[in-house]
Write a protein that binds this ligand. Sequence first.
Ligand SMILES: *[C@@H]1O[C@H](CO)[C@@H](O)[C@H](O)[C@H]1NC(C)=O
Ligand SMILES: *[C@@H]1O[C@H](CO)[C@@H](O)[C@H](O)[C@H]1NC(C)=O
Ligand SMILES: *[C@@H]1O[C@H](CO)[C@@H](O)[C@H](O)[C@H]1NC(C)=O
Ligand SMILES: *[C@@H]1O[C@H](CO)[C@@H](O)[C@H](O)[C@H]1NC(C)=O
Length: 614
Amino acid sequence: MRLLADFVDVFLSCVCQTRYCVTSATHFRFKMAPSTPLLAVRGSNGTSMIGGPPDCVENTTFKRDERQSRFFTFSKDGALFAWCNGDKVNVVNVSDGQVVQSLDLPKTACLEFSPQKSVLVTWQPYSKTQESAHGDQNLHLWDVQSGECLKSFYQKKMQGWCPSWSDDESIAVRNVNNELHFFENNKFDTIANKLHLQKVTEFLLSPGPQPSKVAVYVPGSKGAPSFVRLYQYPNFGGPTSALANKSFFKSDRVVMLWNNKATAVLVTASTEVDKTGASYYGEQTLHYLAVNGESAVVQLPKNGPIYDVVWNPNSTEFCVVYGFMPAKVTVYNLKCDPVFDFGTGPRNAAYYSPQGHILVLAGFGNLRGQMEVWDVKKYKLVSKPQAPDSTFFSWCPDGEHIVTATCAPRLRVSNGYKIWHYTGTVLQKYDTPADGELWEVQWQPCADGVFPAKPVKYQAAPSELGSTEPKPAQVYRPPALRNKPNTSSKLHEEEPPQNMKQLPGGDKQLSKTALKNQKKREAKKAAKQETKPDTPQDKQPEPEPKPTSPALAGAVSGDPEADKKIKNLKKKIKAIEQLKELQASGKQLEKNQIEKMQKESQLLQELEDLELGI
Ligand SMILES: *[C@@H]1O[C@H](CO)[C@@H](O)[C@H](O)[C@H]1NC(C)=O
Ligand SMILES: *[C@@H]1O[C@H](CO)[C@@H](O)[C@H](O)[C@H]1NC(C)=O
Ligand SMILES: *[C@@H]1O[C@H](CO)[C@@H](O)[C@H](O)[C@H]1NC(C)=O
Ligand SMILES: *[C@@H]1O[C@H](CO)[C@@H](O)[C@H](O)[C@H]1NC(C)=O
């Protein structure tokens, strides 16, 4: 239970924006509906803030900064906003526009607030100077209120640059040469604890209240498997003190994800290359570990990549998007049993609303921006909007609105953003002028509980801009089959959604053998598909607007490991661009070539992450 005082505080920080700012009676503040969070916008014409729907006009409390900025961020409660513009790192109070800090840090590339906004962390690319062969410390921790520098560190890699804090800031962690250093109560001169295993390449601190737990990943070497372990801070005394263990092969890297209640972690393990040759970009497996010691492999009844894994914010279910296109989406419970299957469709991403009442399934990147908006309680489809060429999607903390954006460098044409109601109505549309670029949009965050879930609406919200439900499209037919009888529709065999809890007999799980056979069939089918396994609802594929890869421009990071990765990514992206040209010229692509192409947005994102700040 959140303390009342806490609640008032977070409530006010969200509500107190120019228009609705109330000054006196506290009880009155409670009666007011909180206004929609602001949207921060960063692009070639500077940094600004837009008020949320319904008005969506520029918020003048924030004085637009005409200079181009490299990075911006809000504090976790949305009360403070920080950005760097190549000259200063500025921090302002969002509600009254007052400048809280202005630091001379022209080279800053990344910024972050600690969870309680007492510390601001800044990172700039590491470089050696003439004066010192070791270079200068490039990671700085600042006291937000006093502007005093609390501590500086060397942090050469951009990956994992920022320390992780527990939500109450009583613990902070850094990975230093594959060893975890823990600090307590923001005292960074003393390492309070260390976690040393063979080689911790990834870690993730649990969200929520104490006691904090930490998930650590140690990659396998010399034939030994990789493993993930969960520990409760500070009980690190050997392997027996682990809350849970899971070891597995086929893992070059992992993505770990705690649920909100910090009871379980999902681990997506990927190999760089798929040894079976079924997929150019490697193989993925999904593992589950719980703090009660349980662990499992999540059984995915369709072969192919895992595109996305998300927890329901209520922590009792998770949703997986996976399999060769058209991809399958399945919701699992904490026993890793499927509870609902969304069938197949053109999607590669899933987004729960912050309240967990709505789930959006979307197909971005190489797909055409189709979205399905689902009522999670009833598993009922609410709307099917479309946002082509989107490179970004984000739920507004109010659980009512969504922003989709097309940003450079991933796409350099048709930049802009749209604010939607989840019923499919477009409420605001901004197109960046042709000579400009949009780089990023970000909702002002709000603490949990400020916007409770409202009943799901099915009626489209009214708007002058209308909705963008796509017209009923013709069935996609591969060019080779266009003049032949209609038997080809089997190629796509779109599976309808089904509730796994309501299957006859009540036994929702396929037997192991049945599952194996099903997988075999899927693999065979996938191997047979020579044409683009796109959506049945898609029209003839059109050549996509050509993304100019930021990447191919040729920057290096100064960090040999990152450079190697960058080089590798660039090679793959270049290959994809060649494939796209082939496809645009009407050539039929192989299955593995199509899979390669589907990885484009992911690769570009990886590259962007690696290159940021250079
Ligand atoms: C921001 O300004 C408001 C109004 O002046 C004030 O009440 C609030 O404490 C400030 N917040 C922070 C984090 O400084
Ligand atoms: C984790 O593994 C170690 C040995 O590798 C074992 O001693 C320990 O009991 C395991 N813990 C759990 C929770 O399975
Ligand atoms: C979490 O959400 C799902 C889907 O709405 C629901 O079935 C489940 O009961 C919820 N669990 C809790 C603990 O609220
Ligand atoms: C094949 O499908 C097309 C479009 O879906 C339809 O117009 C046509 O009548 C179908 N032909 C046959 C033989 O069913």
